[in-house]
Design a protein around this ligand. Structure first.
Ligand SMILES: [Zn+2]
Length: 95
C-alpha cells in the first residue's frame, strides 16, 4: 500500500461530504460524512441512498485516477459517478 500523505476532499460549499485518502489505492480508503450527505440530500431534494451512492462513486473515481497515475480531476470523477448512476456501467475514462 502507498503512503497516505494527503487527503482529497469533496466540498460542495456546505461541508465535506467525503474524501478519498490519497495514496491508499489500490486499497482505497474513503471517509464518509453521513451527516453532511444527509444535509445535502435534504437541501437538493435527493434520496439519501442516491446521495451516498453518487458520493461514493465520485470518490471511487478519484481512487482510480490515483491508481492509474492520473491527475485528480473533479469533472472526470463527477462524470464517472454520473455514468454509473445513469447507466449502471463503469466509465473507463483511463483508456
Ligand atoms: Zn472530487
Amino acid at each position: 500500500m502507498g503512503k497516505a500523505k494527503t487527503a482529497y476532499i469533496k466540498n460542495e460549499g456546505n461541508g465535506t461530504l467525503a474524501k478519498y485518502v490519497y495514496g491508499t489505492a489500490p486499497y482505497p480508503v474513503f471517509v464518509i460524512n453521513l451527516q453532511e450527505i444527509k444535509k445535502s440530500s435534504d437541501k437538493y431534494g435527493v434520496e439519501i441512498e442516491t446521495a451516498i451512492e453518487t458520493t461514493l462513486t465520485h470518490e471511487l473515481g478519484h481512487a482510480i485516477q490515483d491508481w492509474m497515475g492520473l491527475d485528480l480531476d473533479e469533472r472526470e470523477a463527477e462524470e464517472f459517478a454520473r455514468h454509473w448512476y445513469d447507466f449502471r456501467q463503469i466509465w473507463n475514462f483511463w483508456e
